[in-house]
Design a binder for this molecule. Sequence first.
Ligand code: APR
Length: 266
Amino acid sequence: MRATHADADAARAANLLTGARRLVVFTGAGMSQESGVPTFRDAQTGLWASFNPEELATPEAFRRHPARVFGWYLWRARLVRTVEPHAGYAALVHLSADLESCVVVTQNVDGLHQRAGSSDVIELHGRLDAFRCFDRGHPFDASRLATLGSLPEGDVDPPPCPTCGSPIRPGVVWFGEMLPADAVARANDAVTQCDALLVVGTSGLVYPAAELPWLALDRGAKLIEVNPTPTPFSSRAHVSWRATAATALPALAQALEQRANPQLQP
Ligand code: APR
């Protein structure tokens, strides 16, 4: 069989990961793209190509137009419930089995890593289905939104908090808000201690999350990037793999397995 570019990239990435004991996988919206969840900044298809983040993803926007913002997030929450994690998610679970630790640090709010079986997941930007009240942060059980699965697109008035009456908001981190401190601390710890960082499907433009790959590099970790387009990390990555998540991650898991079990060579 003829070796392809993809085989060569998989082999180089597997080479770097051979011997690594502590892996951190840092993911962004591109990880979920092939499951049918749109990214934010891809031209044409990214959410921010059709929607204005300042009108939807800030506390001020929610104060000004609560029904517009709540309706938009319910639409996204409903979309995420209809999709399935692709083969790249399962590959991450698979390759984590041979490691001392494999921590997934994600900017995604869709819960797909957990649905695929990843057990150590740090969510930096919250969760679409973790509703809470705007003023006091009282948690709100998503099952109270009985029609979540069938809501039409469009404005939806947020229900009042049963405890204090404040409007219910999605449990995501909006622009201008702090990231959850415990998640940031755990992510920093994991990145500081890892041997290798696998960065998948993020533009690397949104801070403070985008600090993590730079921190890993400063600490001497190996950096592997999977992304069809270059990012600020590409020139510093030890392997910059121009491929999509659903293609590259299964190929990587397979290459690692073949290294561990040479008798499996095709
Ligand atoms: N596989 C891998 N990468 C992909 C794929 C794919 N199938 N499709 C697109 N990508 C890449 C794009 O090339 C881009 O670099 O995924 C990246 C997506 O970038 P963004 O849309 O900016 O998403 P992300 O980096 O996660 O954004 C960070 O911004 O708006 C906020 O809170 C939101 O968490 C989000 C944050």
